[in-house]
Design a protein around this ligand. Structure first.
Ligand SMILES: *[C@@H]1O[C@H](CO)[C@@H](O)[C@H](O)[C@H]1NC(C)=O
Ligand SMILES: *[C@@H]1O[C@H](CO)[C@@H](O)[C@H](O)[C@H]1NC(C)=O
Length: 475
């Protein structure tokens, strides 16, 4: 039988690839008329990919490596440069596929940063889609800002450090300018490249979004009524295979579980600030003091911030000098410090009762899936929007801050949030509460998240609807 083939182009890097593979598998499971081919770009020196791709390839999930290009890392637009450099190779590989493939290419599914390849797909007459790994609201906000900037010639830099509030179609309440993504209200090469990327969103045929209708019904309805292409909320697609190819953390994982096993139910506050960020030492000390004074049990994941121009934080050799004097002794028994954290395992553990989070979209989905309420400490990108919506629009989180920004610009002194403010939020997060509070709302959404993926659920139906639509492309 000839199948309808979907060609996926994920971002380089194994974790990005892994989440796209999860999404692809979900679709392949739904319908045996589909096959998938992954075109994989490479970051230099990323050896893990090789092993991982062998592991996942099957007759209906094919892997093709795109020859590596020599782009030197370090520039803030590195990712976009790398993608640009791959345009000719992508064109070649795709046209060859069109000629040789035994299956018919029904569509090409791009990572949201890879919208540059929409032009290539258009040249070759292949319909393109985007797998959007953040929220429907973020998609709505990005495209709204793009339209303000280009269709209405609005100068978005007026919103930097502004007290203004904006009406944004996909958010049911006014959005403070302070929670707009920092890159969107600045100028410079990164801002230009990002908007260049968003402009192409209007040219695709549809968006697969890692969200579910019950969580973002307002945003999803608004997107469906707007001028954007069709949206398919197919999630939550969770990152269940976090340790793929990485030896990092495996042995620690058992130890963390053992420690959690002896803590009472819902007694531990878990703190983790994302795969990209580490807290600077002054901020870390405030967080530690807040934990110490709160009296709560805690599991604190801390990582060393990456040096300028690097992406990934690393683990500390030891915690000397990064925590307040005597902190470890004074909190012995009720607190545990770790480096890299197996986040899904931790959030799924009965001992965990609250989560202090940077509010990356993946973490947000994981906290919902596990029914754990969040205290918000956003840092980059659309995390302030996520935090703001969780706290103000959905009533599903407590705020430490919703508009904190971790500023990477050398010229500015990082703001430090004081320990009192953090302590108060942690108490609100962990205290027992009556009905209508954040914990109850998250628990309710947890049930919805699981129902959405079951047969007949909203995300299940969106997956089916996407498949029907792409198969029509080759009928
Ligand atoms: C979520 O995680 C996946 C895999 O690590 C990654 O591809 C994706 O970009 C992440 N999404 C966000 C919004 O960070
Ligand atoms: C703690 O949680 C576990 C898992 O949900 C449950 O089986 C157990 O009964 C709980 N223990 C208490 C004391 O509530």
């Amino acid at each position: 039988m000839k199948k309808a083939e979907l060609v996926f182009i994920p971002l380089p890097g194994v974790s990005h690839l892994a989440s796209t593979v999860e999404a692809a598998k979900l679709l392949l499971q739904r319908d045996c008329r589909l096959s998938a081919t992954f075109l994989i770009m490479r970051f230099p020196n990323d050896d893990i990919i090789e092993a991982y791709t062998k592991e996942i390839s099957t007759p209906s999930l094919r892997i093709i490596s795109i020859p590596e290009q020599d782009i030197s890392p370090g520039s803030e637009t590195y990712l976009f440069d790398l993608i640009e450099s791959q345009v000719p190779s992508m064109r070649n590989v795709l046209s060859e596929l069109l000629q040789k493939s035994s299956d018919r290419i029904a569509g090409i599914v791009l990572d949201l940063f890879c919208s540059r390849f929409v032009d290539v797909a258009d040249e070759l007459g292949i319909p393109s889609y985007i797998f959007f790994t953040s929220s429907a609201s973020a998609l709505g906000l990005f495209t709204h800002l793009t339209s303000l900037k280009f269709d209405h010639n609005l100068d978005l830099t007026q919103f930097e450090n502004s007290e203004a509030e904006l009406s944004v179609p996909c958010v049911s309440i006014k959005v403070p300018a302070k929670v707009l993504p920092a890159f969107s209200v600045r100028t410079g090469p990164l801002t230009e490249r990002a908007f260049d990327c968003f402009k192409r969103f209007f040219k695709v045929k549809g968006f697969l979004i890692n969200t579910f209708y019950e969580l973002e019904s307002y945003a999803i309805r608004s997107l469906s009524n707007g001028k954007l292409p069709k949206v398919y909320p197919i999630g939550p697609v969770l990152n269940l295979h976090h340790q793929i190819g990485s030896s990092e953390g495996r042995s620690d994982e058992d130890e963390i579980k053992k420690w959690l096993d002896i803590q009472p139910n819902s007694s531990v506050v878990f703190l983790c600030f994302g795969s990209r960020a580490g807290l600077e030492v002054p901020q870390l000390k405030e967080v530690a003091s807040a934990l110490e004074r709160s009296g709560y049990r805690f599991l604190l994941s801390i990582r060393k911030p990456p040096p300028q121009g690097k992406f990934r934080p690393t683990d500390y050799e030891d915690f000397d000098g990064v925590l307040p004097e005597g902190f470890l002794e004074r909190t012995k028994g009720r607190g545990k410090l770790i480096g890299w954290a197996p986040q899904m395992e931790v959030l799924s553990h009965a001992a965990v009762g609250g989560f202090v989070s940077h509010c990356g979209w993946n973490s947000t989905l994981e906290s919902v899936w596990c029914g754990i309420p969040v205290a918000t400490f956003p840092m980059y990108a659309e995390q302030q929007l996520n935090a703001f919506q969780l706290v103000k629009e959905y009533g599903m989180a407590e705020a430490i801050r919703v508009d904190y920004v971790k500023d990477d610009r050398m010229d500015s002194e990082a703001e430090v949030v004081g320990s009192e403010e953090i302590e108060v939020a942690i108490r609100r997060l962990m205290e027992a509460e009556g009905s209508g509070g954040v914990r109850e709302k998250v628990r309710r959404m947890q049930k919805e998240s699981r129902l959405a993926l079951e047969e007949g659920g909203s995300s299940y139906n969106a997956q089916i609807s996407f498949i029907e639509d792409v198969i029509k492309n080759v009928d």
